[in-house]
Design a protein around this ligand. Structure first.
Ligand code: B12
Ligand code: SF4
Length: 509
């Protein structure tokens, strides 16, 4: 029996960096973890094939009997298209992944079997049922699984050279309760973790394949501090024996700044970047979002502290908070500048089903019905500008859109990027020996393509910014070369993406 696993194509999004992959020289930013995990959960006597449409086309014909589609809401259109295409060929179509949490009825319409939640137990059960010619139409994982039962993914089955970074998942879930966030609901209110020995095995496998960076996709890497520290110590010990020089990045919370032992371990384990949902610098607003772990902190100082360990804070910032009026946009733009947040991802607050915010907005009759419940997961120009399903309370929807466009153009202008880069190059610390990129053909090609882009294609203001940033880099902090290259790559993507959203918002008025 053969199973074809497919990860359907993603649209451009602020987080997937598609607009700079041409410079990196690969097809997509991150490998999809669901596919190799499911392959590892499939009995050895089944034949498996993995297709990630972000890096290769889906075949028109296949001898596979089962087509297993993995998806999230942003992929919905392509998931359903592929499901229909393969069903017409007479294949058995299974759909799983986070899409089934929020679009269950649509998934049931298009698939023969739908998997809700984690599949570590339900997928092997389905294979048994299928072989006995008795598959169910819905498999639902009720309790959270024990992460120690999640196998080492079969990474070798992917087209590894086509990704900028590898991924691993060490824990699922988060102990915090931010009012807008669905992670504790979907993945659990306490982090569950894999055995450290398995995590080391996964890192070793990825390095063996040739990867030199790993995104640890955990919702909150530091959700369980003792575990995180124990793992970091083992990674420090592992690094010298790896075939490639490896670095890591992950997601965490701003309060890691209060834990110097953790920061020192992250630095020693070559953790280069932390994605942190900073959201806003205002304490009152943070309390409104129920971000208690952060609401009494000074964000600027915290960012500086983390940077002092050579770790870049990659901040998420929200506009359109509950109490926001048009003036709030200026306050938050100012905050981004003052706290020198670079790189920064911005979005509008939105209400996801299952969250406290969703219930509250429903009670207040402030919920809009959008084609997608997840803002900025656009499949069309119309959707792209509708970044939220929340009716603002202190301005009209039109004002929200207008001010959001204004904020995007301000935050991602070459002039502001240059100011932030100048601040960045004047701060932080990095050890020259360990942070310079390995100078090989791959990195030289990236540098050459980047030079070509900024000198000849980026336009006057971006070219000027590039010259000034490069001059400061050479004269002030050559040891930050790797991060400066990252920032310039990220900037190309983020500016293209956010200017497009701003242009659409503006053209609609
Ligand atoms: C890593 C990640 C990303 C990476 C993607 C990396 C990549 N490889 O492409 C980046 C940073 C690019 C990203 C971006 C975004 N992401 Co994201 N991301 C995640 C995160 C943190 C981990 C995903 C992961 O790798 N998990 C590990 C694997 C093993 O788990 P899994 O994919 O869920 O698969 C398991 C089951 O779902 C199931 N399964 C999966 N597929 C299938 C298929 C079949 C047939 C079966 C049987 C089972 C099955 O089996 C697996 C084992 O249990 C999740 C949150 C989370 N904790 O899962 C959010 C998450 C997937 N992202 C989400 C969103 C919304 C986004 C964004 C739109 C940004 C945003 N937050 O607004 C963008 C756009 C997407 C894009 N890629 O362009 C949502 C999706 C919600 C939904 N209902 O669909 C999630 C769930 C977070 C959330 N808040 O709820 N993301
Ligand atoms: S810290 Fe992050 S993952 Fe945890 S609840 Fe808050 S937003 Fe969600």
């Amino acid at each position: 029996m053969k199973i074809l696993f497919i990860n359907p194509k993603h649209h451009p999004h602020s987080m997937n960096f598609v607009h700079c992959m041409d410079i990196v020289g690969v097809k997509y930013s991150h490998l999809p973890l669901s596919l190799p995990t499911l392959a590892a959960l499939t009995p050895a006597e089944c034949q498996v094939e993995l297709i990630d449409e972000n890096v290769e086309p889906v075949p028109h014909t296949t001898d596979a009997e089962i087509i297993a589609l993995s998806g999230s809401v942003p992929q919905r259109k392509r998931v359903f298209e592929l499901a229909e295409t393969f069903r017409k060929m007479g294949k058995f179509v299974a759909v799983g992944g986070p899409i089934t949490f929020d679009m269950l009825e649509e998934c049931r319409e298009h698939a023969d079997a739908v998997f809700i939640g984690e599949a570590e137990y339900t997928w092997p059960q389905f294979i048994r049922d299928y072989r006995q010619k008795n598959p169910k139409s819905v498999y639902r994982q009720e309790e959270f699984i024990n992460m120690e039962d999640s196998p080492v993914p079969h990474f070798h089955l992917l087209k590894n050279s086509q990704y900028a970074s590898a991924c691993i998942q060490v824990t699922r879930g988060c102990p915090n309760r931010c009012g807008f966030c669905d992670i504790p609901v979907k993945y659990g209110g306490q982090p569950r973790s894999k055995k450290i020995i398995q995590v080391l095995q996964e890192i070793r496998a990825l390095s063996g394949i040739g990867h030199d960076s790993i995104f640890i996709v955990d919702d909150n890497f530091a959700g369980n501090r003792p575990y995180a520290k124990a793992l970091l110590k083992e990674i420090v010990a592992l690094l010298p024996s790896l075939p490639t020089r490896m670095y890591f990045y992950t997601q965490a919370t701003l309060d890691v700044a209060n834990d110097e032992e953790l920061l020192a371990l992250m630095r020693d384990a070559q953790f280069r970047r932390l994605f942190i949902g900073v959201e806003t610098g205002e304490k009152e607003e943070l309390r409104g979002l129920n971000k208690r772990h952060q609401s009494e902190m000074d964000a600027k100082q915290a960012v500086e502290k983390i940077r002092a360990y050579g770790i870049t804070v990659w901040a998420g910032i929200m506009f359109g908070l509950e109490g926001d009026d048009p003036a709030a946009f200026d306050k938050r733009i100012q905050f981004i500048l003052e706290a020198d947040l670079i790189p920064v991802q911005v979005g509008l607050l939105q209400a996801i089903p299952g969250t406290a915010l969703y219930r509250k907005a429903g009670d207040e009759k402030r919920l809009l019905k959008l084609p997608s419940i997840l803002g900025l997961t656009a499949l069309s120009e119309e959707e792209l500008s509708k970044g939220t399903n929340l009716v603002p309370s202190k301005m009209s929807g039109e004002e929200l859109e207008k001010n959001f466009a204004r904020a995007l153009k301000a935050v991602f202008s070459p002039e502001v990027f240059e100011i932030k880069m100048a601040q960045y190059l004047g701060s932080g610390a990095r050890d020259l020996k360990t942070s310079m990129p390995a100078l090989n053909l791959k990195t030289l090609m990236i540098l050459a393509r980047m030079l070509n882009f900024y000198l000849f294609r980026a336009g006057g203001p971006a070219r000027k910014m590039f010259f000034n940033v490069t001059r400061k880099l050479i004269t002030k902090k050559m040891q930050s070369l790797d991060e400066v290259v990252f920032h310039l790559l990220a900037y190309k993507h983020l500016r293209t993406h956010y200017y497009r959203i701003a242009d659409i918002c503006e053209s609609r008025r």
